[in-house]
Design a protein around this ligand. Structure first.
Ligand SMILES: Nc1ncnc2c1ncn2[C@@H]1O[C@H](COP(=O)(O)OP(=O)(O)OP(=O)(O)O)[C@@H](O)[C@H]1O
Length: 229
């Protein structure tokens, strides 16, 4: 289980606490929705839960071990809204995916081809083999986000934090993206924290939807509780 416990976080000494006693638990094979208004702190919680930001206090553990103690690729991967910002536009999709794997680029590219053809074919998977020789600008926005997700999954995470991953897509493309991700959840037991301002979307894709505001302490109590950083 991924457990974020009693987190506090602020961006600088002078800025207000964004996280103040925030906690959540994510089980394998579940999609947990996290909803809240713009600026409330959802992305901050997502980044802390994925180990990209260090809380001032509180812990993030995976199966009882601190997330920071895991060597190699993190068991918690974070995927953000804009896939084009997360990849080199001069690399073919095969190489973009290969970057996630250890070993030489050539070996990794061969593994990518094998995996895409075996598991991620066009019928049920995230990536079509026909995209592998294309550049990022030669696939659609929805397809590129599927590549972005696939790259995170190639590292073999136990949990995926998906922060507004379909916010830039039209309704049909959103549905396709979540359907493909749902397939991965069912097949592999991946746990997903789906972060969005869009409650209606989360109610469609998640097993349970949490409100950001209910996960932390009342803001009045935060300055006493959280340590000075
Ligand atoms: N890098 C940063 N430096 C300073 N303050 C930041 C930084 N990133 C976010 N903040 C502030 O932290 C607060 C929470 O921001 P965050 O991005 O976590 O909210 P959010 O709920 O994800 O918003 P949105 O739905 O608009 O993406 C906001 O007040 C924001 O201005």
């Amino acid at each position: 289980m991924l457990v974020a416990d009693d987190l506090s976080y602020r961006y600088s000494r002078r800025s207000p606490w964004v996280l103040h006693g925030h906690s959540l638990q994510l089980r394998p094979g579940r999609v947990l929705g996290l909803q809240g208004p713009s600026g409330s702190g959802k992305s901050t919680l997502a980044a802390v839960a994925a180990g990209l930001r260090t809380p001032a206090s509180g812990t993030v553990t995976v199966d009882g071990r601190p997330l920071a103690s895991y060597a190699g690729p993190s068991p918690v991967q974070l995927v953000l809204q804009h896939p084009e910002r997360a990849m080199n536009p001069r690399w073919r999709i095969r190489d973009v995916l290969a970057e996630a794997l250890p070993g030489s680029r050539r070996e990794a590219a061969a593994q990518v081809s094998a995996r895409v053809e075996a598991e991620w074919d066009a019928h049920h998977g995230l990536v079509s083999p026909t995209w592998l020789d294309r550049y990022p600008h030669e696939v659609s926005g929805g397809e590129l986000q599927r590549v972005n997700l696939a790259r995170a999954l190639l590292t073999g995470p136990k949990y995926l934090v998906a922060d507004e991953i379909s916010a830039s897509l039209d309704a049909i493309t959103q549905t396709v993206l979540w359907h493909r991700l749902d397939h991965e959840v069912a097949e592999t037991g991946l746990g997903v924290l789906a972060v969005s301002h869009d409650r209606a979307l989360l109610e469609q894709v998640a097993d349970e939807v949490l409100d950001f505001a209910t996960l932390g302490d009342v803001i009045r109590s935060a300055p006493q509780k959280a340590p000075t950083v």
